[in-house]
Design a protein around this ligand. Structure first.
Ligand code: MTE
Ligand code: MO
Length: 341
């Protein structure tokens, strides 16, 4: 047999490939994450249900060269309309002490976004080429000003600012990241809810071609979440269109998501397509899947364990350091009064 090396189909021009240093940093980070993550139990549904589609997705994702990720890739195409908007000034009021800001690549390679895959380390790759623009957000329900807005209009509804927030997933890992957005209260002012509106409901995009939707039909897609109006009006709650000074990349929920930093991560829906004002407390994706494990409110609370693990401490990504979890994720001064009664 002749000793000819046939480049695999996915081989790219080496000049386009990542530098070796970046590549090895990427690989060692992957390995570290993989080793340190094993201990966290999967969410509610049995591993058997997800294992098959997950490994298929992984195989598909690994057909591409092992280049370092470009967390901004998904936001690149419409770069022109982003000119002048990013990066906005940081609002110095919000600090993450005693946490440290998570590295951009680390945060962009460890994500929960089940519409793409349940494999946290692969979301960025599977979302990389998804078309998140054009995009519209429907504002509906009990309000004076229902509208369907282009994402570019959503982005300009109020001045963007950067805020450093702690982020705590119910699976007991945490990060701290610089979100870009504006208070949800600004969008609510625009919509003018009627007095009967007591809750706000968010629906993520439903696209049967998203690999995690296609491969996991047992989930009640699309992802749906909700807040009380007081929670939605709280100054911490953000309409988020960016991170690390740029538009949101796919894996973080492009082109627009909600952020509620005093609640577990799943209360922050990604890739929002609809915002609706309603009277009754809306149903939510994780509460419907496992009502005994994921409540509607889901405030970060170190004293209330998840039925299958403690919430007293959290694992900082990527070091794996164990630190104490704070009530309301450290935001009690802003929100504790909402839950007095
Ligand atoms: N549409 C949608 N939104 C979602 C999720 C999801 O699977 N789909 N996962 C949630 C969970 S469990 C977490 S921890 C955060 C993760 O956000 P990040 O990957 O940007 O850190 O997104 C939340 N929002
Ligand atoms: Mo999460």
């Amino acid at each position: 047999m002749a000793n000819i090396i046939i480049p695999p189909g996915w081989a790219i021009d080496p000049r386009l490939a990542t530098s070796e240093k970046e590549y090895w940093e990427f690989q060692s980070r992957r390995k570290f994450l993989r080793n340190s993550i094993g201990s966290v139990a999967g969410l509610t549904l049995g591993a058997g249900l997800t294992a098959c589609s997950q490994s298929e997705q992984k195989a598909a994702a690994e057909q591409s060269p092992p280049d370092a990720p470009n967390p901004a890739a998904a936001s690149a195409p419409a770069a022109d309309s982003a000119a002048g908007l990013y990066p906005p000034a940081r609002n110095p009021k919000f600090t993450i002490e005693p946490r440290k800001l998570t590295d951009e690549k680390v945060a962009g390679m460890y994500n929960n976004f089940y519409e793409f895959t349940t494999d946290k380390e692969m979301v960025w790759k599977l979302a990389e080429n998804y078309k998140f623009r054009p995009w519209t957000v429907e504002i509906a329900g009990l309000c004076e000003n229902p509208a369907t807005l282009d994402i570019e209009e959503v982005e300009k509804l109020a001045p963007l600012e950067e805020r450093l927030y702690r982020f705590r997933c119910v699976e007991a890992w945490s990060m701290a990241v610089p979100w870009v957005g504006y208070p949800l209260s600004k969008l609510i002012e625009f919509a003018k809810p009627k007095p009967e509106a007591k809750y706000i409901r968010f629906v993520s995009r439903l696209d049967k071609e998203m690999p995690g939707v296609k491969g996991q039909p047992w989930y009640p897609w699309p992802y749906y979440e909700g807040l009380s109006m007081e929670e939605a009006m709280n100054e911490l709650t953000l309409v988020c269109t960016g991170i690390y000074g740029k538009r949101l990349p796919g894996q973080h929920g492009a082109p627009v998501r909600i952020i509620t930093p005093w609640k577990y991560g799943y209360k922050s829906p990604k890739s929002v397509a609809k915002i609706e004002f309603v009277t009754e407390q809306p149903k939510t994706f994780w509460n419907d899947l496992a009502p005994t494990e994921y409540s509607f409110t889901s405030n970060v609370d170190p004293t209330v364990p998840h039925p299958r693990w403690s919430q007293a401490t959290e694992r900082v990504i990527p070091t794996g350091e164990r630190v104490e979890t704070f009530p309301y994720n450290g935001y009690a001064d802003y929100v504790a009064n909402l839950y007095k009664s």
